[in-house]
Design a protein around this ligand. Structure first.
Ligand SMILES: [Zn+2]
Length: 153
């Protein structure tokens, strides 16, 4: 209790830019297809292709490593919606299997496609806010580790 408790800043990796990066605002901007840094430039140049750098503020976006995390999130969301919807429909109506297929397959496909870009944008915004994968001003390399002088767990 001598003021040695770590702050969020001390747990970050080789941080070079100390400016504030609010997580919620960054995720929201990413979900709205906006640059998480300035909120002005577009984040995507195609459906799931992010721009290399923001056209408004020049922040590099090629650091993002959303990889297959967005699909996992989309599957989780759509799985709950479709399964819940199917079970509620099944309680209220008597539909054939074909009837259910005709309802839920299109909803699953359309919903997944509709969610994919906002979810990926949110993941990129989160990575930017947390200074992951080079967003903190250093390259993402396997040798990136906690500083040797850092507190041991
Ligand atoms: Zn920007």
């Amino acid at each position: 209790m001598q003021g040695q408790q770590s702050t969020p800043e001390t747990t970050r990796f080789q941080q070079t830019d100390q400016s504030e990066r609010p997580v919620g605002r960054s995720i929201k901007r990413g979900m709205l297809n906006r640059c998480p840094a300035c909120g002005q430039g577009k984040l995507f140049r195609a459906f799931l292709k992010s721009v290399d750098e923001c056209s408004a503020c020049g922040e590099r976006m090629d650091h993002q490593r959303a990889d297959d995390f967005p699909p996992y999130i989309v599957v989780t969301i759509m799985g709950h919606l479709v399964l819940g919807g199917f079970m509620m429909t099944e309680m209220l109506l008597t539909l054939s299997n074909w009837g259910h297929l005709a309802i839920w397959v299109p909803i699953t496909i359309i919903g997944s496609l509709a969610l994919m870009q906002p979810v990926k944008g949110g993941v990129i915004g989160l990575q930017w806010a947390l200074r992951m994968h080079g967003f903190g001003g250093h390259e993402d390399a396997p040798e990136d580790k906690l500083p040797a002088t850092g507190p041991s767990a």
